[in-house]
Design a protein around this ligand. Structure first.
Ligand SMILES: [Cu+2]
Length: 291
């Protein structure tokens, strides 16, 4: 091995080991962000795949523009400084150049606009849904409701409250695990109706590519279609008070038969379950000026 290749091999090995460790830890908690992660969580819905592709297109375009501007600036600094070019040219216009630097950005914006509008439309218009889910944001927990699934004449509904450290089972992620998860079947279009009972919250589930405000007195609608089974996490994404950071969402995507079993169990469990609503801020929080 030459000296030169030795210098290159060491950082190369370290880099490969770093990537491998990220991939291994990524495999263990595939549905969570990982340390040193670049980019988004792995997509679990067609919309999130489209968002990823659009993001990659923007990265390539902006990367190219940054590179071009850097080359132009370097050219100016090196070739046209006072020492290298003591006598400056005196012309002020160049028609071809001016047309080009107007037309090329328009062309770039068109390249961005077409997939951007296509994606916005796909996100906005829900296909025929196989399941409807209603989510209500409260200070500081979420209420889930399955409007089409009734038990004793009322829709199945329950609260999702974050698990505190002492309650959290081993392996459940801190600040993300909840007592009652949302459960939906895989490969099914889920229409999500979102509202709030007190202040504005926001429903966000990054792996599904959805984020929408939960506004009191208003129903917002979004949709997702999970393409694989697993547990996915999201958080309230609108600053909503003292415990805004502590009202996560957990979404369990299961097979169609498993969902049918769960829904029957849920009818029994949540028909009689007493609400487990978290206490309002403690006196310490109130003393610290929390709302
Ligand atoms: Cu909130």
């Amino acid at each position: 091995m030459s000296n030169r290749s030795k210098y290159f091999a060491l950082p190369g090995l370290a880099f490969a080991a770093g990537i491998a460790s990220i991939m291994i830890s990524g495999a263990a908690y595939a549905e969570l962000p990982v340390n040193w992660q670049m980019g988004f969580q792995a997509a679990a819905s067609p919309i999130m795949e489209d968002i990823n592709n659009f993001h990659n297109l923007l990265l390539a375009l902006t990367g190219g523009i940054v590179l071009l501007v850097f080359v132009l600036l370097a050219n100016v600094v090196v070739r046209f400084n006072a020492r290298a070019n003591p006598k400056a040219a005196t012309f002020t216009h160049n028609t071809i150049l001016e047309v080009a630097w107007t037309a090329i950005p328009i062309f770039i914006l068109l390249i961005i606009a077409i997939p951007s509008f296509r994606l916005m439309y796909a996100e906005d218009v829900a296909p025929e849904a196989g399941l409807t889910l209603k989510l209500t944001g409260n200070q500081w927990y979420w209420t889930a409701e399955y409007p089409d699934v009734t038990a004793n004449g009322a829709p199945v509904s329950y609260d999702m409250v974050m698990l505190e450290d002492a309650e959290r089972p081993a392996g459940a992620p801190r600040l993300l695990a909840v007592d009652n998860e949302l459960v939906v079947p895989v490969d099914t279009v889920v229409r999500v109706i979102v509202t709030a009972s007190d202040v504005i919250h926001a429903f966000a589930m990054p792996a599904m590519g959805v984020k929408i405000d939960a506004v009191p007195g208003r129903l917002n609608e979004t949709w997702f279609k999970a393409t694989r089974e697993g547990t996915f996490y999201g958080q309230c994404s609108e600053l909503c008070g003292a415990r805004h950071a502590f009202m996560p969402l957990a979404l369990k995507v299961v097979s169609e038969p498993a969902f049918a079993v769960w829904i029957e169990a849920a009818k029994l469990k949540y028909a009689a379950a007493p609400a487990r609503i978290p206490a309002k801020p403690s006196t310490e929080l109130a003393a610290a000026g929390a709302p």
